[in-house]
Design a protein around this ligand. Structure first.
Ligand code: SOE
Length: 384
């Protein structure tokens, strides 16, 4: 067997996302055997030494670091994978780029547009390979949705709507900030559901339906004060608990987006629907192997929503997994992203979404946040 080229990974952060990415690195070789590159779990880095050692032992990293600057300085690391809270993405990625490392950054790219722009400038100046983990693009049913849209089957697109609904912060006694709860602290996260959840919807939407031109938005913070885990004091809550917006896409279609962590009964309900002149498609994360498709050209007596179980070998990514009819899950989207990143190193082409692609999502997020603050329509500046 031909010896593979190594991609030596230095992972920063060992929380939930550290696990999803590491699982991707571990699985990819078995299921994508033709790739020329293989990831090597060289080092994992986190401030808490006992935690990072336990993570390294469990997941098979060769070494540990407790200072990300030391990790970046290591000559035996090719790629830095950033799985830390959002307030550190800019500093780490700019330093990693200056050190010539490839970068795989967890979403959202950063807390706001200004930080994101600095990151893109640094990454493009360094010319290093990069990607941002908007993982839902790489579920087979979502990739199939893109193929259908691009085939022109939907005809002129009129509507795009998406939701991302959760309910885990309803309890008013839940603290904010610190370990496990940094997503509830705007100083660290940048925003609430806008950056955490709607950014996924925006990334997918622009990938499927092109750029978003302008937005009008509203946000709400339902529980105004919570104990901050780091200070022990009751402090004002600065994140958006809910965020909705209307928009125009550059192609003339209308968009409607909603996200909240106060939708009782919904744990991670990401859905989208696209209505075109000839056909419609819709998708639901809770039934992620299915894509629903309505084609007005069908025989009128048989016409109705088809439920396509996207598990046949000729569907996106599915020739790599089991046999037709047997589904895959959330974790496979990360395996696919690793596979696509490794393939991009072979071909020399970018692995989307790149930092530049993710900057477009940040432009929309910024316009949404500015619109909610001002109560007016805002242009995003996104082209295409
Ligand atoms: C938050 O609960 C979260 O884990 C996000 O951070 C992820 O990006 C999303 O995929 C699921 O929800």
């Amino acid at each position: 067997m031909k010896k593979k080229k190594e991609l030596r990974i230095g992972l920063i952060g060992c929380g939930f996302m550290g696990r999803t990415h590491t699982n991707g690195y571990k699985r990819v070789g078995d299921f994508f055997p033709a790739l020329e590159y293989t990831p090597v779990l060289k080092a994992v880095c986190a401030r808490n030494e006992s935690k990072v050692r336990a993570f390294a032992d469990q997941w098979g990293y060769e070494t540990v670091e407790t200072d990300w600057k030391a990790l970046i300085a290591r000559p035996d690391i090719d790629a830095i994978d950033i799985c830390t809270p959002n307030d550190t993405h800019a500093e780490i990625s700019i330093a990693a780029a200056a050190a010539g490392k490839m970068i795989l950054c967890e979403k959202p790219l950063a807390r706001d547009l200004a930080e994101s722009q600095k990151m893109v400038d640094a990454i493009e100046k360094a010319g290093v390979a990069n990607t941002v983990w908007y993982n839902y693009r790489r579920l087979p049913a979502v990739t199939l949705a893109r193929q259908i849209v691009r085939s022109g089957k939907l005809g002129k697109i009129y509507h795009y709507r998406a939701n991302f609904l959760q309910d885990w912060t309803i309890n008013a006694n839940l603290p904010q900030g610190g370990e496990g709860l940094w997503r509830m602290d705007a100083a660290v996260a940048g925003s609430g559901v806008l950056g955490d959840l709607l950014s996924h919807c925006i990334d997918t939407a622009m990938w499927l339906n092109g750029g978003i031109k302008d937005v009008t938005a509203m946000t709400e913070t339902f529980v105004k004060e919570r104990v901050h885990q780091l200070t022990g004091k009751v402090q004002q809550v600065t994140i958006d608990d809910a965020c909705s917006f209307l928009c125009h896409f550059n192609n003339g279609s209308l968009g409607l987006f909603e996200s909240t962590r106060y939708a009782r009964g919904h744990k991670a309900l990401y859905t989208f629907e696209i209505n075109g002149a000839n056909a419609s498609i819709r998708w639901d994360l809770h039934d992620l192997n299915r894509l629903e498709f309505f084609d007005n050209a069908d025989d009128s007596k048989l016409r109705g929503w088809r439920s396509i179980h996207v598990t046949d070998g000729d569907q996106p990514y599915m020739d790599k997994w089991w046999v037709p009819g047997l589904g895959i899950g959330y974790e496979h989207s990360f395996v696919h992203q690793v596979a696509d990143f490794l393939e991009s190193l072979q071909t020399g082409s970018p692995c989307p979404p790149t930092f530049r692609d993710a900057l477009e999502t940040q432009k929309v997020c910024q316009a949404v946040s500015d619109s909610a603050a001002s109560g007016t329509w805002k242009k995003t500046g996104v082209e295409g």
